[in-house]
Design a protein around this ligand. Structure first.
Ligand SMILES: Nc1ncnc2c1ncn2[C@@H]1O[C@H](COP(=O)(O)OP(=O)(O)OP(=O)(O)O)[C@@H](O)[C@H]1O
Ligand SMILES: [Mg+2]
Length: 304
């Protein structure tokens, strides 16, 4: 899948601005970004629900204006999926798939089982919880056995067990050869499942890469647990080459050259008690935070 200069304007709002993305077959691609960054708008354009203002995209090698020929090769879950509330889960899936050529009873049963809804197949969807509806949305996207699965926040509202189920499911589907494009705010989940990520802010890609490489490229940081985080931050603010950041009341994270022993000595000398010093794990979350903050800073500097 590829987009070139993909753009969408709503009146004066530039929701997606000159977006260039490449997603290769076999990837699990995580599309990240703050609220309002343009993720859903992009997904809507890729699935033909919205017409771009400018630019182009190819999905499975097919340009957007020929996308009808893709029927059944792409499965999608977009925001809150719409179902008939008075019909059962089973009936909803039968109706939805009948539009794209239909599915066997066996396939429907298997898919409901896969998303953990086998026991609720004959319940009316109007009685479903948010998470159950989300699971049914994933089932609906999976049923055509697509080559490409596009999921806009698939994990939204799922319980921990549901999150683990989705994680295992995505990895299994990838092993079976499916390409997966998903947007998410759940960075630990993305870190555990995605092969590649892109961060988008204000409708533009600000960072992208292979997940393992991205994490290896992060600056090492040290995490300190102290009795007074604010005071520790003040002490370290004066030290050249040290960037300190408060994580919570008693935890600060330090990037930069200083050795643990040096940091400890500095803090203790100024009357801050240090109870723990550990190298902090390089996480996708810290990469994301740094990227989004850097984007916001440069935007402020440009006055836009
Ligand atoms: N139908 C619409 N009319 C006008 N503006 C819209 C419309 N849909 C989205 N927008 C605007 O486009 C921008 C991008 O919205 P979008 O829904 O794509 O963000 P998102 O990245 O999916 O955010 P979230 O993480 O909250 O789901 C926002 O500024 C939003 O206000
Ligand atoms: Mg969205």
């Amino acid at each position: 899948m590829q987009t070139r200069g993909l753009s969408k304007r709503y009146g004066r709002v530039r929701a997606v601005a000159d977006l260039n993305l490449t997603v290769r077959r076999g990837w699990i691609f995580g599309f990240l970004g703050p609220n309002g960054a343009g993720k859903s708008t992009t997904v809507r354009m890729l699935t033909g629900l919205l017409r771009p203002t400018a630019g182009e995209a190819e999905v499975l090698g097919v340009p957007l204006n020929e996308r009808l020929s893709l029927r059944g090769r792409v499965g999608a879950l977009i925001e809150e999926p719409a179902f008939y509330p008075h019909l059962t889960a089973w009936r909803n899936l039968t109706l939805l798939t009948s539009l794209s050529g239909g599915c066997s009873r066996g396939e429907i049963a298997e898919t409901l089982e896969t998303v953990g809804l086998a026991g609720a197949a004959n319940r009316r969807v109007g009685e479903f919880s948010h998470g159950m509806r989300q699971r049914l949305g994933i089932a609906q996207a999976l049923l055509p056995r697509p080559e490409l699965l596009i999921l806009d926040e698939p994990a939204s509202g799922l319980d921990p067990e549901g999150l683990a189920d989705v994680r295992v499911l995505l990895l299994r589907l990838q092993e079976e050869g499916m390409t997966i494009f998903l947007s998410s705010h759940l960075l630990p989940e993305v870190e555990q499942t995605c092969t590649h990520v892109a961060v988008v802010t204000n409708g533009q890609v600000v960072a992208e890469g292979e997940v393992g490489e991205t994490l290896r490229g992060l600056k090492p940081k040290t995490r300190l647990v102290v009795d007074d985080g604010e005071k520790a931050l003040k002490v370290l603010a004066g030290v050249a080459g040290v960037e300190a950041e408060q994580v919570d009341r008693q935890t600060i994270e330090v990037a930069g050259g200083a050795e643990s022993a040096e940091l400890n000595e500095l803090l203790v000398r100024e009357g801050v008690r240090v109870s723990e010093i550990t190298p902090s794990r390089r996480s996708l979350e810290s990469f994301y935070m740094d990227t989004v903050r850097a984007g916001a800073d440069s935007e402020a500097a440009n006055g836009s």
